[in-house]
Every structure is written in structure tokens, then in C-alpha cells.
Ligand binder design. Structure first.
Ligand code: SF4
Ligand code: SF4
Length: 357
């Protein structure tokens, strides 16, 4: 039995304003020791999903503002961060991502800190991190800023998830800070797929491929044996002619998420605080360009230094509130593989002590 990790919890009534939520999040973060992340001149990343298109369930700018202001008052230099998505959408490069953030109210004036994408202009600026005890991803590829930041405040919105079944802290850290190649490795560990019908043979993908795996004839063709799965070609094609298959077994996907989350911890160390803002629990994550209805009343906010304990406590509280295994029902996948693998590789503990504030 692992030693129980501390999880701080503040219950919130349903449908609180973002200002009330921000005050509660700040109080909880301070109780959990937000101060430990700060210090003179420390660059502190605030990892937060800004929402895709019509999504309104994402965590609101007022919460970022409250946390950033406190970090600034503690002499740190906070910045909002994230990374390019693998799929084509409103956040698949840094320019689109930042414009999407601004449209959702995350302007530097509103949140009191700049936005700096962790993985550069097109999602390919990366560092390689060895993951001890990994089964699938012995080397993880993370946005290069992860290698330079001093501390990390992870602010996650728990939801269902199309591939993992459930997404909160572990999913936010792994997908939120992996570069495009890292995301490919987690989703399917394979190669891109070229659609000849859409290809104009412009040659941009071949020009940017770091290992010359693409040959341009009448159409682009891939030499799979050379491809290292970095994903760079996906971001270069302006004709939507390069894609990938999402398909991987959900348990394997959960284990890969765990390994990428472990890579971030391996690189940054102990100065990572996790918050789960458990409001608007929707069937799909905030990457969906959709208006989604919550499937249970709001729960409150959780904080921990253990990414495993906070996600387990979040699932327990959601299920308690619903009176059934709502998370399993919504995600249609179990979460045993996620937690078992996380404990096996030493990412954290499912056992926790809940301290209600
Ligand atoms: S960038 Fe796209 S359109 Fe251009 S050659 Fe490559 S696959 Fe074809
Ligand atoms: S994924 Fe990377 S290595 Fe593979 S073809 Fe595309 S650019 Fe080249």
C-alpha cells in the first residue's frame, strides 16, 4: 500500500461565477503551498487549456488571472503555456493557438501574464527526456520550454475523453506539454498517412522532414522505414493531405499518457502543483469545437502535488456526487490501467488523504 498523498479540496456550489471560482482556486492553491513554486525571478508555466472554437466548458481567464497575480506578487514570472494540437483545428500552431486564446479572453491584459507556447511556432521545438521504468515511451518528446521553466502550475478541467475515457491532470500534462511527435507517439506510435487525392506535390513536407523520409514525385510518398514519427510534416501541409490514425487500444493510450506525465515530472522535479477545477463535467474534452452540456452538478476544486492522487480523488468525488460510476459510464473505458501503470512506474499514489478547506 502506497503512502497516502495529500489532496486539498474546496467544494463549490453548482454554477458559481468565474470570479468566485477564481477566489476559491487561489485560496486552495495557497493552502496547498503555491508559494513553493515562486521565488525571485522564477519562470513559472501555467498549463491550461484555452478551449477550442465554440467550447465554453474550459477554465476561464479569471482563474488564470488570480493565480498569475499571486505568482507575480511572490516575485515569480508566470506565463500561460500549452502546445500545438496534433489534429487540424484552431490550435495547431502557435499563431492560431494564441489567436484562439485571445478570442476566449486570455489576452495578456486580462490574465496579467504573457502566453508562451512550449513547443515553438509549429509544435516541433522539443527536448527528449528519458522516462525511467517506461514500458512504451522510454524517451518522451516535450516542448522545449519544459526544459527551461523553473516551476509548473497545472490547471486542469476534468472531462470525459474520446480515447482515454477520462481526462484531467495526467491527460492535461501529457498532451498539454508533449510536442507533436510526442502526441503521435502517445496516440498511435506510428507514421503519418498521405492522402494522394489532396496532395499537390508542393514539396513543403519533404523540405521540413528531418530524416528525408518523404519523396516528391507526382505525389508525396513516405518511406516508412526512415520516418521517426516527429509529426513535423503534418504541420507543414497546407492542403490537409497528411493525417494519422487515432486508433490505439485505450489501456495502452492511458499508459502512454502516464509515461509522458512522468517525463514532465522527471524534467521539472518537485516544483509542480496540480489543480483540478471540477466544474462543467462534460462527456468530451475542451478540444471539441462544440457546446456541451455538463452531465453532473459542479463539484469544486482539488489541489495536490501528486498527479495520480488528484485524478483518483476527482473520479471518486464525481462518482460519489452521481451515486454511480459516472466516469466509467461517460468515458466507456475503465481507468484501472491508468492508475495501475502510474503507481508501477512511481508517478504517484492512488491512496490519498482529502483535506477539505
Ligand atoms: S505538403 Fe502536403 S500537398 Fe505538399 S507535397 Fe506534402 S503532402 Fe503533398
Ligand atoms: S513524421 Fe517526421 S520523420 Fe515522419 S515523414 Fe513526417 S516529418 Fe518526416
Amino acid at each position: 500500500m502506497n503512502t497516502p498523498s495529500k489532496v486539498w479540496f474546496t467544494p463549490l456550489k453548482d454554477k458559481q461565477s468565474s470570479e468566485t471560482t477564481a477566489l476559491a482556486a487561489l485560496k486552495l492553491a495557497e493552502a496547498a503551498g503555491l508559494k513553493a513554486l515562486a521565488g525571485h525571478g522564477r519562470l513559472v508555466g501555467i498549463l491550461q487549456h484555452v478551449g477550442e472554437g465554440r467550447n465554453i466548458g474550459h477554465i476561464k481567464p479569471a482563474i488564470t488571472r488570480a493565480l498569475a497575480a499571486k505568482l507575480t506578487a511572490l516575485k515569480a514570472k508566470p506565463f500561460l503555456t500549452g502546445s500545438a494540437t496534433l489534429y487540424k483545428g484552431r490550435r495547431s500552431n502557435a499563431v492560431d493557438h494564441m489567436m484562439q486564446a485571445y478570442e476566449h479572453g486570455f489576452t495578456p491584459e486580462a490574465i496579467g501574464c504573457p502566453i508562451i507556447m512550449s513547443d515553438g511556432l509549429r509544435g516541433g521545438d522539443r527536448i527528449a527526456v528519458k522516462v525511467p521504468r517506461a514500458k512504451h515511451c522510454r524517451t518522451a518528446y516535450l516542448g522545449s520550454a519544459v526544459g527551461m521553466m523553473d516551476s509548473l502550475l497545472v490547471v486542469s478541467h476534468p472531462t470525459g475523453h474520446i480515447a482515454a475515457g477520462f481526462g484531467a491532470t495526467i491527460k492535461n500534462v501529457s498532451m498539454g506539454l508533449a510536442d507533436r511527435g510526442g502526441k503521435m507517439a502517445m496516440h498511435f506510435g506510428g507514421h503519418p498517412i498521405f492522402n494522394a487525392a489532396k496532395c499537390t506535390a508542393c514539396g513543403r513536407c519533404a523540405q521540413w522532414c528531418p530524416v528525408d523520409a518523404i519523396v516528391i514525385g507526382k505525389k508525396a510518398t513516405l518511406t516508412q522505414a526512415k520516418c521517426i514519427g516527429c509529426g513535423q510534416c503534418l504541420s507543414m501541409c497546407a492542403f490537409d493531405a497528411i493525417g494519422f490514425e487515432w486508433g490505439t487500444n485505450s489501456e495502452v493510450f492511458q499508459e502512454r499518457l502516464v509515461e509522458y506525465c512522468a517525463a514532465v515530472k522527471e524534467r521539472i522535479g518537485e516544483r509542480i502543483l496540480y489543480l483540478n477545477i471540477c466544474q462543467q463535467f462534460t462527456p468530451e474534452c475542451d478540444c471539441f469545437d462544440l457546446l456541451q452540456k455538463p452531465v453532473c452538478p459542479d463539484i469544486g476544486i482539488l489541489a495536490s502535488y501528486d498527479p495520480v492522487a488528484i485524478d483518483k480523488a476527482t473520479i471518486d468525488l464525481l462518482n460519489q456526487a452521481a451515486g454511480r460510476d459516472l466516469v466509467q459510464e461517460i468515458g466507456k473505458r475503465g481507468y484501472e490501467a491508468l492508475f495501475a501503470h502510474a503507481e508501477k512506474i512511481g508517478l504517484g499514489s492512488r491512496a490519498y488523504q482529502l483535506k477539505t478547506i
